[in-house]
Design a protein around this ligand. Structure first.
Ligand code: SAT
Ligand code: MN
Length: 588
């Protein structure tokens, strides 16, 4: 028996499924699964003329987003999980959580899902095996990963693999746990069928477990989009960008450029996760471990993201969106007038007077990357693509300018480590609350965040040509609460400035400020966009009065890491305070 077969046998002895189905990832298997889900009501057929191969899934109403408070790192020592993770000891996990798998799959089929994260032939790709009692999870994994036969082939070659056990259990939030065992690279998830909790290849493996693997083997697993930025008459550059969930990674990665006629365009490599390795040339090379997009539906339309609208017209699974009478999908912010009648995300009749959204704010589409009309021809290159710039971006109504360039790798790591963002519907809990979200990895780092920053600093040493690091903020608001920057396609103006900073081509200038290098209004098209002077100022100013409490807040956040905080970050805090004319408050 192979090691996978042995493990599957062992899991089945606990979970007691009626049947075990090994998934090969074929079309026939997918069609069979979909047929069964249509029969059981797990999927609803959408209008097949308008949306061929598309289905709607309505989840349990208590299971609609990642549940960060039920997500744990199960290292032997609490300090290895660090102050920003929930921690559970492996022995407590065995006592408290393992019993929830006891007989959990009785009356159900246990699907065995072998999958590859990364291009099939890439040396940087990794293999996982998820067992699950959810056919919806299998169908989503088939879109999001290279599932089935190609993964089996790599497993037969005796490759290391990451085991993940998933059961929807009874879907009760009281018996829901998402556990990660960094030492044995194992995942247990019970009680949820929701994306990030249940598609174990995604956040659980490709970020939490992979971040630990990367620490141990000198690579990085990051919550980043990857885009190809094409300029007129020259080679493209590649940009990676870390933004928290539901802050526009998918929109930026698929951006429709207003300067397409001039040769400025964006092509997508990835829109959520990025694995970075140091190449022989000393640059960081990126692969996208995923093969599909699990994107936020609300707000997506032909203005904000025409390429996403084209991507989801076929072979897409929609989760918790609303449906029109003629079985088309609908969500808040989609094009056209609001229909008089809809069926809402819970299957109830809805009218515009309902007083609640028709689609859940975290409703999603799962669509194959191959359907993206602006997919880069390099998206599956085995060695990845070389990254020239890294963006850190959050949702910040105040303080943080539209864009600034950091003063070097160490300062860039500090910028990432201290970034904050307002919370979104991608996780359960209050929305719009400002929190620290270092490198957009707060919910996804599999070990102590201070050690993770140490790893970033070390990777900057290993790479002789590391990318330049920028911070961006599309979400600045005026005194009436309105966004100051138009965003979406117009973000191309910021990318153009970044391109010129990275390549040294073009005429863009950079103004030195205490926090970093900032463009002029002209460089971001203030005139063409007819932005009044006070708005340009609001976008590009560095206001010392606003930065003083900000830097105080950095200190309070960093202080919780104590001795483990890398000295370089202490030094960066001191230097920033000095540049702002403040006294550093992060002592020692
Ligand atoms: O639900 S997922 O975790 O897959 C998406 C997200 O929140 O980033
Ligand atoms: Mn994400």
């Amino acid at each position: 028996m192979s090691s996978v077969e042995q493990w599957v046998d062992g899991v089945a002895q606990t979970t007691r499924p009626d049947r075990i189905a090994w998934c090969d990832g074929s079309d026939a298997e997918y069609e069979r699964l979909v047929g069964e889900m249509l029969e059981s009501g797990t999927l609803i057929q959408l209008n097949q003329q308008a949306y061929p191969g598309c289905y709607l899934h309505r989840s349990n109403p208590t299971d609609v987003a990642r549940t960060e408070h039920l997500t744990f790192i199960c290292s032997e020592r609490e300090e290895d999980a660090g102050p920003t993770n929930n921690w559970m000891s492996p022995s407590e996990a065995r006592e408290r959580v393992w019993p929830l798998f006891n007989g959990a799959m009785r009356g159900r089929t246990m699907y065995v899902v072998p999958y590859i994260m990364g291009p099939v032939d890439s040396p940087y790709s990794k293999v996982g095996v998820e067992v699950t009692d959810s056919p919806y999870v299998v169908a989503n994994m088939r879109i999001m990963t290279r599932m089935g036969q190609p993964a089996m082939e790599r497993l037969n070659g005796n490759e290391e693999w990451v085991p993940g056990i998933h059961s929807v259990g009874d879907l009760s939030p009281d018996r829901r746990f998402i556990l990660h065992f960094p030492a044995d690279r194992t995942i247990w998830s019970v009680g949820s069928g929701y994306g990030g909790n249940a598609l174990l290849g995604k956040k659980c493996f490709a970020l939490r477990i992979a971040s630990v693997m990367g620490r141990d083997s000198a690579w990085m697993a990051e919550h980043m989009l990857i885009l190809e930025l094409r300029a007129p008459d020259s080679d493209p550059i590649y940009v990676a960008g870390a933004f928290p969930s539901a802050c526009g990674k998918t929109n930026l990665a698929m951006l429709r450029s207003p300067f397409e006629a001039d040769g400025w365009t964006v092509r997508t490599i990835g829109e959520d996760i990025c694995w970075l390795n140091v190449g022989p040339d000393g640059r960081l090379w990126a692969i996208n471990p995923e093969s599909g997009y699990f994107g936020v539906a609300p707000g997506t339309n032909f203005q904000t993201n025409p390429n996403a609208m084209a991507t989801v017209r076929a072979n897409t699974i929609f989760t918790n969106v609303a449906m029109t009478d003629d079985r088309r999908v609908w969500w808040e912010g989609i094009d056209g007038p609001v229909p008089e009648r809809l069926t809402d995300w819970q299957g109830n009749p809805w009218t515009p007077q309902a007083g609640a959204p028709a689609a859940h704010p975290n409703s999603r589409f799962t669509a194959p990357a191959a359907q993206n009309p602006v997919l880069s021809s390099h998206w599956e290159d085995a060695e990845g693509v070389p990254i020239s710039a890294i963006l850190f971006g959050g949702r910040r109504a105040t303080t943080v300018p539209l864009v600034f360039e950091s003063l070097g790798w160490e300062h860039g790591v500090y910028v990432g480590a201290t970034m904050g963002s307002e919370t979104t519907a991608a996780a359960t809990g209050a929305v719009g609350v400002l929190r620290h979200d270092p490198m957009a990895m707060l919910p996804f780092c599999g070990y102590n965040m201070a050690d993770y920053w140490g790893h970033w600093l070390e990777m900057g040493q290993r790479a002789s040509h590391p990318p330049k690091i920028f911070q961006v903020n599309w979400f600045r608001r005026d005194e009436h609460g309105k966004f100051v920057w138009p965003g979406f396609g117009e973000n191309m103006r910021v990318l153009r400035w970044i391109y010129e900073r990275v390549t040294g081509r073009g005429t863009s200038a950079a103004r030195e400020t205490p926090v970093g290098l900032v463009p002029d209004g002209a460089d971001i098209g203030a005139d063409e966009l007819e932005l009044p002077a006070d708005r340009v100022r609001a976008l590009l100013e560095v206001d010392r009065d606003a930065w003083e409490p900000e830097v105080e807040d950095h200190a309070a956040f960093l202080a919780q890491f104590g001795e483990q905080l890398p000295a370089e970050l202490r030094e960066q805090h001191r230097a920033l305070s000095t540049r702002l004319g403040l006294t550093a408050s992060l002592v020692k």
